[in-house]
Write a protein that binds this ligand. Structure first.
Ligand code: NDP
Length: 327
């Protein structure tokens, strides 16, 4: 028997989450069983834990869209017991039982061997949010980052914190947009050279084009914020659209695309092919300043998760929550 955060829903009642003892024969099908060490709290996890239910189709459910740990048993030649592995995406924690458990059973195809230079705790300090931040930066690089500051929206959140640290380490000037002025010192420590108040972007003129300001952008917010930012990009610059923390609508015009050649790049971390996942994790292991990563960590246990799920949906989490599932 081992511990897991199980979300149950009876009839028309709202789902509720609590730590339970479960057994290995309850785990879903898969060809690799992993002794999970760490998981994290992402926006999607908030939706899966929360009383709204959100993304979960079948109950009981074990959330946790990412985890890192040690292979315990494997029917797949690529993995042997003792291997350190990391998992993000593939709808684990949404459809398939996820990482809020001391054991997880998954398909070998979904795993990535932990790269040299990262331990399981550091891998989850990065987690889905940080992995996505790296994909977003790689997409900007593929399309060319222009001169001038690179804007990061939702900067004090998970994706934003890691994107800020990566871009600063790569030598870019980083402007972090935040609605929480009290996070300014934290963002400067991560490498942001400029702090932009959320209202400064949201309350601009709403003209389709404004001064050409940003050489690139990692946007975790969407909605009005993304619409305003598109009109502030330098000619030919790109925006990696990662999230919708500020809304799923996009009240924009086509003018920035037509008159400034702006590129809007959609970033999806869930269905990334194996080669891309390995490439991104290796760049994270080599390129992410580990001291900055430590500064982002908020430690948690399985028992803390119901409260943290609410916090992340309310935009109240700073940096990355790392869940020690064995604590
Ligand atoms: P967090 O909650 O950690 O960060 C989101 C940040 O956005 C908040 O910290 C806040 O930053 C800002 N924010 C929140 N609400 C608003 C609002 N109403 N208006 C403007 N800004 C707001 O979440 P993550 O960083 O983990 O994820 C960010 C987004 O990216 C989510 O929508 C998530 O679902 C998505 N995502 C997408 C992935 C993909 O594959 N495409 C993978 C991972 C995440 P501040 O306080 O600094 O203003």
């Amino acid at each position: 028997m081992f511990n897991a955060l199980v979300v149950r829903k009876e009839g028309d009642e709202k789902p509720s989450a609590s730590v339970e003892e479960i057994s290995e024969d309850q785990l879903p099908e898969g060809n690799v069983t992993v002794a999970v060490e760490y998981s994290t709290v992402n926006y999607k996890d908030g939706l899966c834990i929360g009383p709204g239910g959100g993304l979960v189709r079948n109950y009981p459910h074990v959330p946790g869209i990412d985890f890192a740990g040690t292979v315990e048993s494997s029917d797949d030649d690529r993995y042997t017991p003792g291997d350190k592995v990391v998992l993000t995406g593939w709808r684990v924690g949404e459809v398939h039982w996820g990482g809020y458990s001391q054991k997880a059973r998954v398909k070998a195809d979904w795993l990535v061997p932990l790269p040299d230079g990262l331990d399981t705790r550091q891998a989850m300090a990065v987690g889905t949010a940080g992995f996505t931040a790296m994909l977003a930066v790689m997409a900007l690089e593929d399309h060319g980052i222009k001169d001038g500051p690179v804007l990061v929206t939702g900067a004090a959140g998970g994706v934003g914190s890691v994107a800020t640290a990566i871009l600063a380490k790569l030598g870019h000037e980083v402007a972090g947009v935040t609605g929480r002025p009290e996070t300014a010192d934290y963002l400067k420590d991560l490498g942001a050279t400029q702090i932009v108040a959320r209202e400064e972007i949201n309350e601009t003129t709403k003209r389709p084009l404004e001064a050409e300001t940003w050489g690139g952008c990692v946007d975790a917010v969407g909605g009005d914020m993304l619409a305003r930012v598109l009109g502030q990009m330098k000619y030919g610059a790109s925006v990696s659209a990662v999230g919708l923390a500020g809304g799923a609508g996009l009240p924009a015009t086509v003018i920035p695309f037509l008159l400034r050649g702006v590129n809007l790049l959609g970033i999806d971390s869930v269905m990334q092919p194996y080669e891309n996942r390995v490439r991104a994790w290796e760049r994270i292991a080599k390129g992410l300043p580990m001291d900055k990563l430590e500064a982002m960590i908020q430690p948690a246990t399985l028992g803390d998760l119901p409260g943290l799920g609410r916090d992340i949906l309310n935009g109240q989490v700073k940096g990355r929550v790392v869940v020690d599932v064995n604590a």
